[in-house]
Design a protein around this ligand. Structure first.
Ligand code: CO8
Length: 257
């Protein structure tokens, strides 16, 4: 499938989607989000893919939603079309999605990265929710997800002032899993994605679903959900294979069943 605003490639069982609107620092517009949704849905359905990486350029993961596209819209326009209602494209993916972030990761770009399962940051990454400086606020989950990641104080300061957080502060605050030198970002992202993609896909998907449950429910309900899913894993061939391989001191040969 030929896209105009993203580039797609696969390496083994890893799919890599690169946001590509270089003239607009990868700002998210309707076309880009549509193409991203289509690519992600395709990879989610593709048995040959075990993990997905979303990345941008050296200068920007994405500098936000496209301000020029949004500027002329009226309240009635955004309300009637329910603008951005389906922009939770990465959050909807059932396979693991890793954001590999270098440079600006702002507004809708930061919200997209936070929809991913974890963020790997280059030491050049800068995170922020600058919408307030445009007279608006985050609109695709930023007020909610950022607060869960970094706590109220930091989230409030960032959303109310537009202050950017550098990679080191983002790691210290729990927004990103790791910071790596910019030159190694993609290699590291591919490495971690291919590690995940080498494991049992049903176990990976069930684990992702269960960790995400922690954001939606109480501790006791979450633990019950975890136990039910854990029990169900004993119905998979991969559980038998994984445990037999351990006993036989060999590498497991997962069949993703
Ligand atoms: N939208 C459109 N174009 C953009 C955007 C953007 N978000 N960001 C950068 N660009 C364009 C610039 O206009 C410029 O284009 P041109 O060369 O044609 O003038 C080009 O990209 C390069 O940008 P700069 O020249 O500004 O590059 P600098 O290195 O000088 O600055 C910055 C980089 C600091 C990142 C700067 O570009 C900037 O401040 N960008 C805007 C950041 C921002 O405010 N982001 C938030 C956008 S609002 C948002 O994300 C809302 C999400 C919720 C939407 C859903 C609502 C329901």
């Amino acid at each position: 499938m030929a896209y105009e605003t993203i580039l797609c490639e696969t390496k083994g069982r890893v799919a890599i989607i690169t946001l590509s609107r270089p003239d607009a620092l990868n700002a998210l517009n309707t076309q880009l989000v549509g193409e991203l949704a289509e690519a992600l849905t395709g990879y989610d359905r593709d048995d040959a893919i075990g993990a997905i990486v979303i990345t941008g350029s050296e200068k920007a993961f994405a500098a936000g939603a496209d301000i020029k596209e949004m500027a002329p819209k009226s309240f009635m326009d955004v309300y009637r079309e329910d603008f951005a209602a389906n922009w939770d494209v990465a959050a909807r993916c059932r396979k693991p999605v890793i954001a590999a972030v270098a440079g600006y990761c702002l507004g809708g770009g930061c919200e997209l990265a936070m929809q991913c399962d974890f963020i790997l940051a280059a030491d050049t990454a800068k995170f922020g929710q600058p919408e307030i400086t445009l007279g608006i606020m985050p609109g695709i989950g930023g007020t909610q997800r950022l607060t869960r990641f970094v706590g109220k104080s930091k989230a409030m300061e960032m959303c109310l002032t537009g202050r950017m957080m550098d990679a080191e502060e983002a790691e210290r605050s729990g927004l990103v899993s790791r910071v790596v030198p910019a030159a190694d970002l993609l290699t590291e992202a591919e490495k971690v994605a291919s590690k995940i993609a080498s494991l049992s896909l049903p176990a990976v998907m069930m684990t992702k679903e269960t960790v995400n449950r922690a954001y939606e429910t109480t501790l006791s309900e979450g633990i019950l959900f975890e136990r039910r899913v854990f029990h169900s894993m004993f119905a998979t061939e991969d559980q038998k294979e994984g445990m037999e391989a351990f006993s036989e001191k060999r590498k497991p040969n997962f069949k993703n069943r």
